[in-house]
Design a protein around this ligand. Sequence first.
Ligand code: PDD
Length: 277
Amino acid sequence: RLIYLNGNYVTENDAKVSVFDRGLLFSDAVYEVISVIGGCLIDMERHEQRLMRSLGELSINADEGWSAICLGLVSRNALDEGLVYLQISRGAVPERDYRWPSADIKSTVFAFTQERALIDNPMAERGMRIVTRPDMRWGRCDIKTTQLLYASLMKMEARDAGADDAWMTRDAMVTEGTSQNAHIITKDGVLISHQLDHRVLPGVTRIELFERAGAQGLSIQERAFSVAEAYDAAEAFVSSSTLLIMPVVSIDGHMIGDGKPGGITEQLRRSYISEVQ
Ligand code: PDD
């Protein structure tokens, strides 16, 4: 497996970065996870747009041919299905210092691939079990930074609680999953999803989801929903580049619907898959 690092495709052993890289010392880095299906990058343009926005919000100076980098890696690694992880950090600095030097630092860019079955995921048949946890992340969740420790901790807590993942809440309102956007469908057939603000990541899959949902005649409300509304929902699901559209069958032990993946959710997943295949 080759790794892309600062302009070259190198072996894993040769992919080395400085211990003074601000990505390591301060999580001063942003990233994208792009799904690959049938050797094609899914929604690369939207990932690039979000990446440029994340970089801009942090004043990291980098603008490269992101899609060419990812495509080069997919073809060199002959990846059919899985993902590309692309990370850009502010770069290495001479001394550890919270403030970065005003002179331009050379950003560190790397990418790797991971093989994974995205379409034939057994979880799509059984559905996900979710637990809710307080959202104690920083206030700029709209920037896709590598500050993922809280999400990791919550995924571990979810696993220890016998669940598949966690949805995070602020003031009893659901913001999003640890690494997915969270959605419910009410008993009146309305799709509810947190509005785009600093509390959630603007998911690439979420955009495509809304298009599919619109085409299916669902009405969409972009607003925060409460944990109580989620317990009471007809269906619940998540969206992300790696899970695509994935049904949720229980939240904090409350069965959603009849405890099986919801019919509308399954239709949305099928429709999304046929679009990207
Ligand atoms: N996570 N919300 C959070 C906090 C995320 O980390 C992600 C993606 C999403 C969904 O975004 P998208 O549809 O663009 O993948 C929402 C990726 C997959 C990850 O960290 O592995």
